[in-house]
Write a protein that binds this ligand. Structure first.
Ligand SMILES: NC(=O)c1ccc[n+]([C@@H]2O[C@H](COP(=O)([O-])OP(=O)(O)OC[C@H]3O[C@@H](n4cnc5c(N)ncnc54)[C@H](OP(=O)(O)O)[C@@H]3O)[C@@H](O)[C@H]2O)c1
Length: 331
């Protein structure tokens, strides 16, 4: 049986090109003891993958040239050497950009499609939902009445942050690029105010939307946009540095934010975090998120691309802001 995989063909300079990826066919490895053969159904596309394509120092080892691109997958068990799994089980795991994968049973987790649809385990009740949950509640510690500002607010993480903050009694202001995404912010994601950072005067819009300042800033983008947002913090503000997507394709980081002096003025706290730091509490987060989803209190939008061959194009689109909702590939 042959497998189809997307490998890293070259290290990108700047924005990745389709030629940085290659679609290859290879034989499937034999199943060893305790191993499971999974047929992928859904592949998650995430900004962190850009970091893995680079050799710059990070929290995870870079993907080697010729190695399968990393990625989380939901798939179906085809064959199992691990007694915990039987053919037909749906599982989630870090299986990479490929149609089939052999993995140790301990590296997989069973999912229950009666609790949430299969692809949702890659986002709203998966990694991006958990990022929103722990980043908001543990890093930012919202109080009712707080004003919460979120950048990349219409994306996979941002759409959940806004809804969790609103449910916690906060006033929510989201920033996104373009009128369609801004309509999603104040529509399904329930933000009180949506700002189109590409078209609006962000400083003036924030001044109007946050007259008493920003108590919480959930930062997904960094750079000059964050510099503008720092100007409008409130005293005692908490800033979660979740992502810096505006910087991922730059050969040299932007020289912003330059106004860290405002952190003194506002006695603000900035804290970076990684969702994986909370792996011991994932069950707690997933139970909360699945409960909100079941009760119809968590809306989401998926941006689905069909076929592994189109994954590189869809990934480049994600980095360029073309995804409207959580970026997924259906295999
Ligand atoms: N710390 C963690 O553990 C953790 C875990 C998951 C994700 N993250 C980070 O969280 C952030 C959001 O991830 P996601 O999966 O939810 O992705 P996403 O928001 O669904 O997609 C990325 C979005 O970023 C926006 N963007 C791209 N370039 C930008 C720029 N130069 N300036 C402003 N916005 C830009 C685009 O939306 P617009 O059209 O609105 O610009 C794009 O659609 C990323 O930075 C990611 O690295 C961190």
């Amino acid at each position: 049986m042959t497998n189809r995989q997307v490998i890293l063909a070259a290290r990108p300079v700047g924005v990745p090109q389709e030629s940085d990826f290659a679609l290859v066919e290879s034989p499937l490895p034999e199943l060893g003891p305790d191993e499971v053969l999974v047929r992928a159904q859904w592949l998650s596309l995430d900004p962190y993958m850009r970091g893995r394509m680079s050799e710059a120092r990070s929290y995870a080892k870079p993907t080697g040239i010729g190695e399968v691109m990393p990625g989380q997958v939901v798939g179906e068990v085809v064959e199992s050497g691990d007694r915990r799994y039987v053919p037909g089980d749906l599982v989630v795991g870090q299986l990479g950009w490929q149609e089939h994968a052999v993995a140790r049973g301990s590296a997989l987790r069973k999912i229950d499609p009666r609790l949430a649809p299969a692809p949702a385990w890659l986002h709203v009740v998966g990694m991006t939902g958990l990022t929103a949950y722990f980043g908001l509640f543990d890093v930012c510690r919202p109080k009712p009445g707080d004003t919460v500002v979120v950048s990349a607010a219409a994306g996979a993480v941002g759409q959940v942050v806004g809804q969790l903050a609103k449910a916690a009694g906060c006033r929510t202001v989201g920033l996104a690029g373009g009128p369609e995404k801004v309509a999603d912010l104040t529509g399904p994601y329930g933000y009180d105010v949506g700002i189109d950072y590409k078209a609006d005067d962000v400083n003036a819009a924030l001044k109007e939307a946050c007259p008493a300042g920003i108590d919480i800033y959930f930062d997904n983008v960094g750079g000059a946009l964050s510099e503008t947002i720092f100007r409008r913090l409130a005293i005692g503000a908490r800033v979660a540095i979740c992502g810096q997507i505006s910087q991922y394709n730059l050969a040299e980081p932007e020289l912003a934010p330059r106004n860290l002096g405002f952190l003194i003025v506002f006695r603000a706290r900035l804290e970076g975090f990684l969702v994986t730091d909370y792996s011991h509490r994932f069950e707690e987060g997933l139970t909360r998120l699945a409960g909100l989803l079941r009760d119809g209190r968590l809306q989401y939008r998926e941006d689905v691309t069909d076929g592994l061959d189109h994954a590189p194009r869809a990934f480049i689109g994600l980095l360029n802001g073309e995804n409207r909702g959580k970026a997924l590939v259906r295999l």
